[in-house]
Structure formats: C-alpha cells, structure tokens
Write a protein that binds this ligand. Sequence first.
Ligand code: PLP
Length: 413
Amino acid sequence: MKTADVEKLYSEYVLPTYKRMPICLVKGKGSRVWDLEGKEYLDFFPGWGVSGLGHAHPRVVHAIKNQTKKIIHVANNFHILSQAKLAQAIVTNGFPGRVFFGNSGAEANEAAIKFCRIYGADGNVSGGARNEMITFTKSFHGRTMGAMSATGQDKIHQGFYPLVEKFLYAEFNDLESVKKLITPKTVAIMLEPIQGEGGIRVATKEFMQGLRKLCDEKDLLLVLDEVQTCMGRTGKMYAYQHYGIEPDIMTLAKSLGSGVPIGAMVLSRRVKKELFVPGTHGSTYGGNPLVTAAALAVFYAIKKEKLIVRAVKMGELLAAKLEELKAKYPVIEEVRGMALMRALKLSVNSDAYAAEALKRGLIINSTQGDVLRIMPALTVKPKEIEKAAAVLDLVFSTLQGQDLRLSDAQSKA
Ligand code: PLP
C-alpha cells in the first residue's frame, strides 16, 4: 500500500475533522519517524506533544508488552495495581492529592469542571451556590462540550452553540481582568501555565502568584491545565513548580503516557474529596492496567535517565539556536517558551514555514497563524537540535521576501 491508497481510504471512510498532511507515518524511534515510502523525518512535534519520551522508548515498549501478557483491561469496580502505583507517582512528584483517571486531556478537564460544579453546589461552599468559572482568551482545554466551552477561542465554538454556561474569559497575564470578572457566583479559575495552542504564551510569576492569592482570599479553586506542560517538558515535572504555588486541581494527559491514551485529574488534599464519591463521575477505560503501566514506565524513565535535567540543557541549546535564527531573520519577532516547549512568533503567516520545514524533513507545528511551535522529545540529542536548526535556517532563507501576510483577524489578535 502507498500513501495515496491510504488517502483514498480516508476520503471514503474517515470523517474529515483534521487537515492531514499527505504523509502516513508508520515507524518511529526517538526523535526520528519514517513514512510509508521510507522517507525519514526529524520529529520536533511528536504526536502533538504526546510522545514526550520520543517514539518507541524502550522502557515504555517493555512495560506495554509485559502488561499485555498479564491483563490489558480491568474494570474500575476492582482495584488495579498499576493505577494505584501511578496515582502515587503522580502525587509524590507533585503536591499531596488524589487522582481520577480518564483517557484524554479533554476528559481530565471535564472531571475538573464537574468537580468545580459540585464544589460550588448549594451547601458545599459559603455564600450559596456558585457555578461561574473564569478561564482565558486564547486558552485551549479540549473539544468535549465542557472543555470546549472553557476554551476562550471563538473559532473553536463556532457551530456548537449553546455552549455549557457560566464560563467567563479573562485576559491571560492580566490580573485586573480576572478581578473584574469575579462575582459572588465565581467558584474557580482555570488556566494553562503556558498556553500551548494559544501560541506558547508563558504565565508570569506575578500573574500566577496573584491568581493563587485571589483564590485563597475568595475561596476559589485554582485549576491548572497541565495537559501540555506536564512530565518535564518545561524543565520541571509539572510547570506549576516554576511558580512557588500549588494548584487545587491539576489536569494531565499527553506526555503522561508518552503515546497511550491517558488523562488524569489531581485534586489537592486541601479540598474535600467527599464530593467525588461512587456515582458522581467515572470512566470505563480510565486508568486501565495497560495505560497506567505505560505511564508508570514514563515516570521511571524520567527519573532513571535524568530526563528533566536533560530537558533543561537541551532546551537551552534549542533556545540559543532559535535566538540565532531570530538575529538573522527579521520576520522572527520573538523566541518563546521554556525548556523543550518553545516557539517562534513571526510577523507573517507561519503555515507556509511549517509546510516548508516538513518538505525538508522536519516536523514542527504552526498555531494561531503566526507561531511556530517546536516541542521535541525529552530524549532529543544535541545533534538533532543542530540539524533541526539548520533545516529551519534553510526554511527561513527560502521563504525570505515572499508575501506571507497575516489575515486581518490574525494581525488584530
Ligand atoms: N488541554 C490542553 C492544554 C491541550 O493542549 C489539549 C490538547 O491539545 C487538551 C487540553 C485536550 O487534550 P485531548 O486532545 O487529549 O483531549
């Protein structure tokens, strides 16, 4: 079979919810992937931020293989050994809390939203029922109804009205805009420490600490969506650890399983757990033996291979290379991000740059129309960063002088 044959099957049988590249990836190892025709690519956006340890990491492969031989799925009305151990690993690497498992980022956020609703229900909090949640413009929390409604981007909402009610959108890194939206009905504030889909916009320390203080003063829950920032990508196991604060709720997915579908919501022990009891929430597959065994191997690999220290070092090298490009090409306005969650903010449309990089064998991502997102695996090698930078150099020199203007909407954003 050739890629063209796969494309034909897609057009016949798969709903077109994605703009797909005319490439069918069939094999991966570390930061390299190969397509059906055997062409090799350098993958600096592995699985949309999912394959945090790179492709086919031996410890993850081993854990999955081993687990399939024992038992793949056990229902959640039984105890699951690897789920219990994973919950312990998630918590001991973060803050004292307890975990609920789902299968994706959106589901982790749905659990968080549902918890906020029940927390704010009449009788559970002071001042009567509270159900308003403050989220942020340019945020992204997922595609299910609740997570989509929490997402502060009109284009994501189009066609799906009425949304789940009571989400109010403040401006990221603007504490005053949050204060203006707080009412006696507010129950929680939810944000990504680094807005990923929003263009790698990093929350400032002042903003994050200000939000924590506000939540403490007003008895609000601080919910951090760490679906994209977790598992060492920013140079800490979880991004909140850069800020000297702890959230009340944290959601995880993507790199947590380094390829297997898993999501988790962590509830701080400071918040009463009795609000989530049998019958309030659940997931058939959530935290099954297969995915939790894989995620446990991710924690083990991060520790054994000192991948967080590595992420910081490789992140510095990557940032230095991106700064060199910025000095050379005026269309690059800014180098953004932390450790291995990086981006180039352009003054022009970024789609053509991502496409040109792909043609030259480098996978990166274009988001918000003017941002190139670059998130290699924690296992990326220095020579792979050098190679990616050389490809980007060629990409920028090739597209230099081309008319790649931003749309009106993009330039206003
Ligand atoms: N939250 C954040 C910050 C994300 O980046 C994403 C996905 O990109 C999600 C939630 C949704 O995750 P999923 O696609 O696994 O549902």
